[in-house]
Write a new protein. Sequence first.
Length: 212
Amino acid sequence: METIVFDVGETLTRDDGYWASWAEWLGVPHHTMSALVGAVVARGLDNAEALRLLRPGVDIEAEYAAREASGLGEQLDEEDLYGDVRPALSALRELGIRVVIAGNQTSRAGELLRALELPADLVVMSGELGVAKPDPRFFARVLETSGAVAHETLYVGDHPKNDVYPARRAGLRTAHLRRGPWGFLWADDPDVVAAADWSIDSLTELVGIVKV
């Protein structure tokens, strides 16, 4: 294994601040937004459907642009990172592993992540690649951009449909992270267990996996 690619939301970063900001923008209580996100997750839908439940017919891209223009757009800082992120990524790089961060995020999120100066060789988002998971072209673009080889690359993420399944179909090895609503909800699903080469509770477990 030469390269490990990390998903972002609920793998490296907590999503509660993200959804709280949307709740405030749409004028609903935080717990309402959280409940709706949980509901669409349980139904296997894209999490953006939570916004459409609150405001049917909403143009999400237009709303996002309006938030940015108002100064209430995306924010990401050290407090949004899970506690195991820096230690795990640093340890992996010390072992000679190429560390890549690539998730379904906007170009703005990519800028914010790079500003955090994480111990990573490459940070690139779907908004920058022009294609998003679970499209197989996302993984092809990540491999091309990073110079990695599929069978020598591990993709780590919490979401079976966006991370584990499509990464496996693209020829990468996979690790399912039991973290966040998606990770916990499908942690013991037989299909997820069968598709993932490893199931982990913390990113620090990857160090032991690499050393084996």
